[in-house]
Ligand binder design. Sequence first.
Ligand code: GLN
Length: 309
Amino acid sequence: MTDLKSIVDSVYHDLSDRIGEGKLADYIPELATVDPKQFGIALVTTDGKLYSAGDAETAFSIQSISKVFTLTLALGKIGDGLWKRVGREPSGNAFNSIVQLEQEKGKPRNPFINAGAIAVADVVLAGHAPKEAIGEIVQFIRQLADDDTIAIDHNVARSETNTGYRNVALANFMRSFSNLNHPAEHVLGVYFHHCAVAMSCHQLAHAGLYLASGGRNPLSGGSVVSPSRARRINALMLMCGHYDGSGDFAYRVGLPGKSGVGGGILAIAPDKASIAVWSPGLNENGNSQLGSAALELLAQRTGWSVFGQ
Ligand code: GLN
């Protein structure tokens, strides 16, 4: 029987002298003000046990990890129709790259690069005012985490709204290919706000449990998505969740994972646990440097991987 408590504690302990490594996502001015010397781990098993270490209760900007939740909502709204608008292939490019989008006529490679998530936000926006769509996303995340205190960090949302020129370009570019049904400002309003949701590792690991449990929330017993949809979202996380670092993450960790430039990573060990790690310093691909190292050690020490031991 794996002693998860001592594994989580040992991973934290063995990496603690590296806290502060990596580079903050200073292209979003508000994220440049975060203290880089923070590191948290939370692991919630499918039977609801929590193992945590370090800053596991400190809220941080989940950024692109939110794309897992908006993808889940968009699939709930239009099902496989989504794949007419967004692909399912790794991009091999940076998360904010525009090059492929021109070559592929405005259809983003996958729902986790910025362009793909902006198209997904357009789907979630359908039939709503931007405020309502943002409310629906936050409510969905609160329900998944069973925690009504989860909220948007409006300073981060404002900071990105004021400086997110590349995302404005991506959105307008897609609109020119008729792959956006709403005005770019409205879609980006939804996108910037869901990226600015603040959560702790503990809350995030709880919210991700449905992906570790065949689409059901094992604690409430409620169904979030079908088992096959959960499996497919995990497949997308594995192939595309770390952008042009996805291959390396699969090689080193071997679990579906989704990173965000706030320094968080959500990883799923199917039928075992949902794991969230956070440390704000990023590597060259925009993925948490210490967070990736923590998940690599954790996967080694638990023996968890979707590829076998
Ligand atoms: N909001 C960020 C952006 O659009 C999300 C990027 C990320 O977390 N990789 O640039």
